[in-house]
Design a protein around this ligand. Structure first.
Ligand code: GEK
Length: 241
């Protein structure tokens, strides 16, 4: 279904929420807004394959409609392990459960409607958090990354994908202009782009690449790499030794 959420002029733009109208159009919205999204999701499976171990858990934190869970389950399907997929939007988890009924996968996917801050993480060989840390209050971000680190088994890894900002004003403006052009080329109008931007203000709080790399280190990860970037969207893998 086509994303038309911000296509009509609104008297006042409400704070962005993952509600029913967003859920209905979510795949179209994220594909037309996040350059490189399909690539990063596809690589969730490829990267997961290096880390997931038999009889362990794989977490998909902020799973939305399960794109990363399905990419992993379809690519890593040669031994027993479980996927635990967490999202705090009931509209998302209900829709994900319906989509799951129509998919054939041998890997069990346990969908939980809860806050990632309240989720126990244990016996994990892999965790993926694609475009979700950016919606968590900055002062809570160390806590969740430390919790993931503590719940990973040695040799396990976290894949984290995020929207980023840049220290240099010039670079920020260069990248923003290109992101804007990307969205326009995908059919969004100036009105849609500007109303969505207002809705996301103070909801999606992006950080720089160095802030992410420093947090990984501070939270215990000995190794962390940025393995992908397309404009202002990046993906990291952090490994527990
Ligand atoms: C994908 N990973 O398709 N606890 C649980 N879920 C949360 C929290 C929280 N504290 N905060 C936000 N969410 C997916 C895309 S979307 C990214 C992830 C985007 C959930 C929220 O309900 C939403 O479903 C998801 O995180 C972020 O790769 O829309 O830009």
């Amino acid at each position: 279904m086509k994303d038309l959420v911000y296509s009509e002029k609104m008297d006042s733009v409400e704070r962005f929420r993952f509600n029913a109208s967003v859920v209905d159009v979510f795949p179209d919205m994220i594909n037309r807004s996040v350059p490189g999204y399909e690539t990063m999701i596809g690589f969730s499976g490829i990267i997961a394959d290096r880390y997931i171990q038999p009889q362990t858990n794989c977490y998909d934190l902020g799973c939305s409609l399960g794109a990363s869970s399905f990419a992993i389950a379809n690519h890593v399907n040669h031994f027993d392990y479980s996927i635990i997929a967490v999202d705090n939007s009931p509209e998302m988890t209900e829709r994900f459960a319906k989509i799951k009924q129509r998919q054939i996968t041998t890997v069990p996917i346990d969908i939980r409607c809860m806050d990632v801050m309240d989720t126990d993480i244990n016996n994990a060989s892999f965790a993926v958090m694609n475009f979700t840390l950016q919606f968590i209050a900055p002062e809570l971000r160390d806590e969740i990354i430390k919790k993931i680190y503590a719940g990973l088994n040695p040799g396990g890894a976290l894949m984290l994908s995020e929207k980023i900002i840049f220290d240099s004003e010039k670079e920020q403006s260069f990248i923003e202009q290109n992101h804007y052009a990307f969205k326009k080329s995908n059919g969004y109008s100036e009105l849609e782009i500007s109303q969505k931007r207002s809705a996301l203000e103070n909801v999606l709080i992006a950080e720089t690449v160095s802030e992410h790399l420093e947090r990984f280190k501070r939270c215990g990860f000995a190794e962390a790499y940025k393995w992908y970037q397309c404009l202002n969207f990046v993906s990291f893998v952090a490994v527990k030794k």
